[in-house]
Design a protein around this ligand. Structure first.
Ligand code: 5GP
Length: 205
């Protein structure tokens, strides 16, 4: 079959829900899934690597990138800027590879406007206590940041209605399997395949 454009998969949901963990586990299992590395003005955490976890930028650099229209989407989240570099996503999709973005909710809505054909998956916590525990146990956030992230999470969960799918992250492996099932099903969507068969039936045998 001809190479089609890849799928744009947007994994979104509240901070602390485990988007990063689920996305990394997913990449281990689905070898040809390409992760789009974001740019951010947030301070690098100890275990993070430039160009692997994020492209770390100063505020001025980030604002310049906005000015140059280099982002597919960008948002401010708890005092920092985060954005998805556009060129990489477009090039990868046009090579027929699936791309996954791991972004917060406001950014996901911007992508929805530009790529309505994207697949929007909301990763949800099993409950709010579990979400709070996960943010605390990460051990990287100040008391104020924990409080802000939880309040933001409440607002973000209200936005669930705008997504195509909701995956509960009760266990990472189970959440991964559900997302893999969604990706397989989306590749089997009639509209992605039908044109190919319309061409086939016109061939002389
Ligand atoms: P963290 O500071 O915990 O790495 O990320 C904070 C939030 O920003 C998370 O919800 C994360 O998914 C989101 N995020 C990471 N990269 C991007 C991005 O490129 N765009 C948007 N809109 N959100 C992002």
């Amino acid at each position: 079959m001809e190479k089609e454009r890849g799928l744009l998969i947007v994994l979104s949901g509240p901070s602390g829900v485990g988007k990063g963990t689920v996305r990394a586990a997913l990449q281990d299992k689905v070898k040809d899934l390409v992760y789009s590395i974001s740019a951010t003005t947030r301070e690098k955490r100890e275990d993070e690597v430039e160009g692997v976890h994020y492209f770390f930028k100063t505020k001025d650099e980030f604002l310049q990138m906005i000015e140059n229209d280099e982002f597919l989407e960008w948002a401010q989240f708890v005092g920092n800027y985060y954005g998805t570099p556009r060129a990489f996503v477009e090039e990868t999709l046009s090579k027929g590879k699936d791309v996954i973005l791991e972004i917060e909710v406001k950014g996901a809505f911007q992508v929805q406007e530009k790529f309505p054909e994207g697949i929007f998956i909301f990763l949800a916590p099993p409950n709010m206590t579990e979400l709070k525990n996960r943010i605390i146990h990460r051990g990287t956030e100040t008391e104020e940041s924990i409080h802000n992230r939880l309040n933001t999470a409440r607002e973000e969960i209200e936005m669930m209605e705008k997504y195509d799918y909701v995956v509960v992250n009760d266990e990472v492996d189970k959440a991964c399997e559900r997302i893999m099932a969604i990706i397989v099903a989306e590749h089997c969507k009639r509209e992605r395949i039908i044109q190919h068969y319309y061409k086939l039936i016109k061939e002389d045998l």
